[in-house]
Design a binder for this molecule. Sequence first.
Ligand SMILES: Cc1cc2c(cc1C)N(C[C@H](O)[C@H](O)[C@H](O)COP(=O)(O)O)c1[nH]c(=O)[nH]c(=O)c1N2
Length: 214
Amino acid sequence: MAQAPAPTFDDTFHDAFATLLRWRRDVRRFRPDPVPEALIETLLRAAHQAPSVGNSQPWRFVRVRDAGRLDAIVADFQACNARARSQQPAERQLAYGALKVEGLRDAPVQMAVFCDDATAQGHGLGQATMPETRAYSVVLAIHTLWLVARAHGLGVGWVSILSPDTVTRALDVPEGWRFVAWLCIGWPDQALEIPELETAGWQARAPRALVLER
Ligand SMILES: Cc1cc2c(cc1C)N(C[C@H](O)[C@H](O)[C@H](O)COP(=O)(O)O)c1[nH]c(=O)[nH]c(=O)c1N2
């Protein structure tokens, strides 16, 4: 089947893409305005374009609307977050407690993302010595969704301060699905160019990635 002519991307696109990357933020504070279903579908279709080991496409999304299930997730977060704070060195516990690290009650769209470790898709290619590459593939789908969301003005917040077993039980997902991420999605209450953890004095972004020469 003849393919369409390959696209090229000019400097205008390069500049716009660099701006998108610079303004993508982890969002914890959202406006209550609903997100159009068509836009959620756009995000999920974009995520499905992500690369995956052996083209296994192991990402599985669970849209959580049930109040009882959400209550269970919030309760789990509160327990996990309290434990995480107590495990911080004494001198950082106050700063930790001042951080907002979730949008579980703020974002109109709550999405859990799993890795289907039981999928036969990809026939195991590329996974034999590194089975974790399936989860890596799911993370790439999440990041793709994150960028496309930001391009549409939407915010995404990743919450990992949860116990995977509790989330998995609460959502009653198929056997073999492994919890990877909880995403809070909605319209951010403000657009930030600097990561919140940096402005809060928790951790700045290093000037550039560390590269070794070998
Ligand atoms: C795997 C993983 C897990 C988490 C995160 C990210 C990733 C990649 N981040 C978001 C993280 O704090 C954020 O990406 C950095 O602070 C950088 O800020 P920006 O994303 O550039 O705004 C995150 N943020 C948060 O408030 N609660 C959380 O539990 C997590 N967990």
